[in-house]
Design a protein around this ligand. Structure first.
Ligand code: PRP
Ligand code: ZN
Length: 286
C-alpha cells in the first residue's frame, strides 16, 4: 500500500489537531506522535506526518514539501485571497471543525451597518474582499488574537471572527450580525500534482467521513408495516428484508447514511417496529 511516500501536513496544536489525528488513525495509519517533534513516521504504511503551525500548511503543500495538508477553509481562503502565488486546491471537505466567520458588534452598540466603521479581524483579506463585493467602505485592522476584546478597548466598532459554539461572543457581550463564510476542515494538495499517488489514501479518508453519520439499523415488524417503516429509515437506499420464523413477521436491516436520532427510533416504534437495534459503522468502501 502507498508505494511512494505520502507526506501529510497537519496542525501541531489547536482546533484541528485532535480530529486530524483521529482521521489518520481511523484510515488505518498507525503512528505515535511525540510532542514538539516536526516529523512522525507511520509504522505500518509509507506515510510521514508533518506537525506544523496551521498558517504554514498551504505554502508547504504549494511548494510540495507535503503532498497533502489538513487546514481550515477559513485559513486557506484568507491566504489564497492574499497570496496569488499559492498553488493549492481543495480535494475534499472533511466534515469536522465546522464554524462560521462572522461579523459581530457589542450588544449595546446602536450602529446599524458596517459603513465607515473600523473592523478588527485575523482575516483582513477575506474581510476586505467582502467589503469590496458588497460596496461597503470601512477600515480593517489586522489583529492576531483576542479579537473579541477590541471593541472594548476602543480600537474597533466591529469584529470579524470565527464562531463555533458562540460562547466567545456570549462571554464578551457581542452579537453576530452577518456571516462572511462557513468553514470546516478541508484536505488540500498542490494544484499541479500527480494525484494517483495518494488516490487510495484519499479514498480511505472518504470512507471514514462517509461512515461518520452512518448507522446500521436492524428491527422486526409485521409484513403490513414494511413499506412505511422503510420510508422512515434515514438515508437508506435499499434495505434488506428477511422473513422470520413467525408467520408474517420480517426483519429489516438497513445502512442509514444520515443520523438516527432517538426521535427516529421512537417514530419507527410507533409505526410497528420492535427490537430496534442501532449499530455503529466504522468504515464504508463504495
Ligand atoms: C476562535 C475564535 C473565537 C473562538 C470561537 O478562536 O477566534 O475566539 O474560536 O469559538 P466559540 O464560538 O466556540 O466560542 P480559536 O480557538 O481558534 O483561538 P485563537 O483565537 O487563539 O486563534
Ligand atoms: Zn479566538
Amino acid at each position: 500500500m502507498f508505494n511512494k511516500k505520502i507526506t501529510i501536513a497537519i496542525q501541531s496544536k489547536g482546533r484541528l489537531y485532535e480530529e486530524s489525528k483521529k482521521l489518520l488513525s481511523n484510515s488505518g495509519i498507525s503512528f505515535r506522535i511525540i510532542e514538539n517533534r516536526l516529523l512522525t513516521r507511520a509504522s505500518n504504511v509509507n506515510v510521514d506526518i508533518l506537525q506544523v503551525r496551521d498558517d504554514d500548511i498551504p505554502s508547504l503543500v504549494s511548494n510540495k514539501v507535503a503532498d497533502l495538508g489538513i487546514v481550515g477553509k477559513n485559513l486557506l481562503d484568507e491566504q489564497l485571497a492574499g497570496d496569488k502565488s499559492l498553488s493549492v486546491k481543495e480535494i475534499i471537505n472533511l466534515g469536522f471543525s465546522k464554524c462560521k466567520l462572522c461579523f459581530a458588534k457589542p450588544k449595546d452598540s446602536t450602529t446599524e451597518s458596517l459603513n465607515n466603521k473600523i473592523i478588527a479581524s485575523s482575516y483582513p483579506n477575506l474581510v476586505n474582499q467582502y467589503l469590496k463585493q458588497n460596496k461597503i467602505k470601512a477600515d480593517v485592522i489586522k489583529i492576531n488574537g483576542s479579537v473579541e476584546l477590541t471593541p472594548y478597548i476602543g480600537i474597533a466598532d466591529y469584529i470579524c471572527d470565527l464562531v463555533s459554539s458562540g460562547a466567545t461572543l456570549e462571554a464578551n457581550n457581542l452579537e453576530a450580525t452577518e456571516t462572511l463564510m462557513e468553514s470546516e476542515a478541508v484536505l488540500i494538495s498542490s494544484n499541479d500534482v500527480d494525484d494517483t499517488n495518494f488516490f487510495d489514501l484519499v479514498n480511505r479518508f472518504k470512507g471514514v467521513i462517509n461512515a461518520k453519520d452512518s448507522k446500521y439499523v436492524m428491527l422486526n415488524c409485521d409484513e403490513s408495516n414494511i413499506k412505511k417503516i422503510c420510508s422512515l429509515l434515514p438515508g437508506s437506499e435499499s434495505p434488506t428484508i428477511i422473513p422470520l420464523e413467525q408467520k408474517n413477521k420480517f426483519a429489516i436491516h438497513a445502512l442509514c447514511k444520515e443520523p438516527v436520532f432517538w426521535e427516529t427510533m421512537e417514530e419507527l416504534k410507533e409505526n410497528g417496529a420492535s427490537s430496534v437495534l442501532v449499530l455503529p459503522v466504522e468504515k464504508i468502501l463504495n
